[in-house]
Design a binder for this molecule. Structure first.
Ligand SMILES: O=C(O)COP(=O)(O)O
Ligand SMILES: [Mg+2]
Length: 222
């Protein structure tokens, strides 16, 4: 049998590995309520995720009134406290994900996470989902001085996972831009948080379900 074409598969986190929208929505609305703002519907919050927690709060404020750095500074610790305490209450892996990760591990493929979530939150979530041993590297939005779509975090994830031929899996334009900037092949999931259709993201391939991941990687690498 031909060797699997990738040594490392790196994944975005929110909207790619897990549907984190329920807990992000609850924490965002908790911090908005603290600032006297009405809640934002979960369906809108999905499209606000991908640039980190402060950006999420900024978008939540913009959707409900004025935005200022003072308000963000006041709301941010409230958001973080709530989110940390409830990080996996309603967050679930996307269907078929864990079976696909098992199959990749059995093929000796190393796995990494490259997210714009704060690294500490990403690690908390990965632990809470029982995934600590699955990932050889976890790079967050604050791990380096730059974050996605700068290619450096993805390069760092690949390097910390031991280096080699890599592919990146994501759900947003930030992810496909990151992969293009890094010249790393990219698969976009169609079930994530993107507000634009997945076929507009410029990914090399799309998958509608994690059952399609391994065949897609084989096609991408050959
Ligand atoms: O917005 C965030 O907190 C991170 O989102 P990401 O995991 O899709 O990079
Ligand atoms: Mg994402």
């Amino acid at each position: 049998m031909a060797r699997f074409p990738f040594d490392i598969v790196a994944f975005d986190l929110d909207g790619t590995l897990a549907d984190t929208a329920p807990d992000l929505t609850t924490a965002l609305n908790h911090s908005l309520a603290h600032l006297g703002r009405p809640p934002v519907p979960a369906e809108d919050v999905r499209h606000m995720v991908g640039h980190g927690a402060r950006a999420l709060l900024r978008k939540g404020l913009a959707a409900t009134g004025e935005v200022s750095e003072t308000l963000i500074d006041r709301g941010f610790p409230v958001f973080l406290d709530h989110y940390t305490a409830h990080i996996a209450d309603g967050t679930r892996p996307f269907p078929g994900l864990e079976a696909a990760l098992d199959r990749l591990a059995a093929l000796d493929v190393r796995l990494a996470v490259c997210t714009n979530k704060l690294e500490g939150l990403a690690r908390e979530l990965i632990d809470a989902l029982g995934w600590r041993d699955r990932f050889a590297a976890i790079i967050g939005g604050d791990t380096l001085p730059v974050r996605k779509p700068d290619p450096a975090p993805l390069f760092e994830a690949v390097a910390r996972a031991g280096g080699g031929r890599a592919a990146y899996i994501g759900d947003s334009i930030t992810d496909t831009d990151t992969a293009r900037n890094a010249k790393i092949p990219c698969i976009a999931v169609t079930f994530g948080f993107s507000d634009r259709p997945a076929d507009m993201l410029g990914a090399d391939l799309l998958i509608d379900h994690y059952d399609e991941l391994i065949p897609a990687l084989e096609r991408l690498g050959n």
